[in-house]
Design a protein around this ligand. Structure first.
Ligand code: IPM
Ligand code: MN
Length: 387
């Protein structure tokens, strides 16, 4: 067995979580610098509750949070014409993580803020993984008949900076009857390999066997090898090459994306960890979000494994509920838990998730805005009480 390092020994004696990236001095006085971007619509309301929960968790688990707020979003754009200045991108690179509310404003043409803020940060901070757990918490209703928390519990690893999203293509002869639009799905081996490696490693640590929920850790590739014979030939070859060379302990499966949608509804219990391209990942994770009870609970992480990651509720800005205090903040709170997990605060992250489960199973009536039986702020308070 590998000799334990000096720090690991001290951590064990103190009974605190081993985090190899920190020295003991750093561990004892650790403070995380978090950039909070409320964004548009209900983003600010849900992020406030998330911040409240994070602060309560930090004081309980003995770490500090230095939250700095940035006002990027539709209102600022309409007021000043500025979307996201280069200087801000550079500043954001100095933070430990980014905590995002929502992007999308009813008075701004679709695409401007999404591309200018969300996608730009994903690209420039190299957040090449989008991690989306699909987990039905106890007490939450799913539209899938006869399925419960044991059946709906898997994770999608979505490639997050390549594919159709890079905008390779163009439009020519616009406005004529011959106008032609092209938008290509472009992937290189480097992008595919790093995403697959992340997914294999993730499966090894968080798969069903690793979590004591099954007999194997299984990674399923979701593609379309029967039609997209170039791009998914690459994905499939690299998937099996890596599986054979470095991940023989991980069971491999393959699903066409259309079939994967079918099974997500009919047999979600088949899935453990799924990995897929950017576009398919975008689509299947909204399907997954509904299976886990809706946008009120679905959280996601834009992960830059060696850089600055960004965490968000995936539901969008819900303009029609803005300022009413009725939107569900649990997705934002769950995104905060993912953020702490990524920062190495495993116990604190788990404490938030457990508190969310108490709230879903014993407190709130429904996840839907206005039907929770509590206001946005009260739901945040309920989670804080549990922590
Ligand atoms: C998501 C969103 C974004 C995406 C939009 C807002 C650009 O739908 O995070 O899934 O397509 O990635
Ligand atoms: Mn989406």
């Amino acid at each position: 067995m590998k000799q334990k390092s000096y720090y690991e020994v001290i951590y064990l004696e103190l009974d605190i979580e081993v985090s190899s990236s920190k020295t003991i001095g750093e561990y004892m006085s650790r403070t995380y610098k978090i950039a909070a971007i409320p964004g548009d619509g209900t983003g600010a309301e849900v992020l406030n509750e998330g911040k409240k929960v994070l602060e309560a968790t930090a004081s309980k688990f003995g770490f500090g949070l230095d939250l700095v707020e940035f006002d990027f979003g539709g209102d600022r754009y309409l007021r000043t014409g500025e979307i996201l200045p280069d200087s801000a991108v550079n500043e954001l690179k100095t933070f430990d993580a980014i905590y995002l509310g929502a992007i999308g404003h009813p008075d701004v043409k679709p695409g401007i803020l999404e591309k200018g803020i969300l996608l730009r940060l994903r690209f420039e901070l190299d957040q090449y993984i989008n991690l989306r757990p699909i987990r039905l918490y106890p007490g939450v209703e799913t539209p899938l008949k006869n399925k419960g928390p044991n059946e709906i519990d898997f994770v999608v690893v979505r490639e997050n900076t390549g594919g159709i999203y890079t905008g390779v293509g163009g439009i020519s002869m616009k406005g004529t009857e011959h106008e032609t639009a092209v938008q290509s799905m472009v992937y290189n081996r480097f992008q595919v390999e790093r995403c697959l490696r992340y997914a294999f490693d993730y499966t090894r640590r968080h798969g069903k066997k690793a979590c004591g929920r099954g007999t194997a850790n299984t990674l399923g590739l979701v593609g379309k090898t029967n039609v997209l014979t170039h791009v998914f030939d690459l994905w499939e070859r690299v998937f099996h090459e890596l599986g054979e060379s470095d991940y023989l302990d991980i069971k491999r499966e393959y699903y066409h994306v259309d079939a994967a949608c079918m099974w997500m509804v009919k047999n979600p219990e088949w899935f453990d960890v799924l990995v897929t391209c950017n576009m398919f990942g975008d689509i299947i994770t909204d399907l997954g979000a509904m299976a886990q009870g809706g946008m009120g609970i679905a959280a996601g992480g834009n992960i830059s494994p060696k850089g600055v990651s960004m965490f968000e509720p995936i539901g969008g800005s819900a303009p029609k509920y803005t300022g009413m205090g009725i939107i569900n903040p649990l997705a934002s709170i769950a995104a905060g838990s993912m953020m702490l997990d990524t920062l190495g605060e495993y116990k604190a992250a788990e404490a938030i998730e457990k508190a969310v489960i108490v709230v879903t199973s014993t407190k709130i009536k429904s996840l839907e805005a206005g039907k929770m039986g509590y206001s946005t702020c009260e739901v945040g308070d309920l989670v804080v009480e549990e922590i």
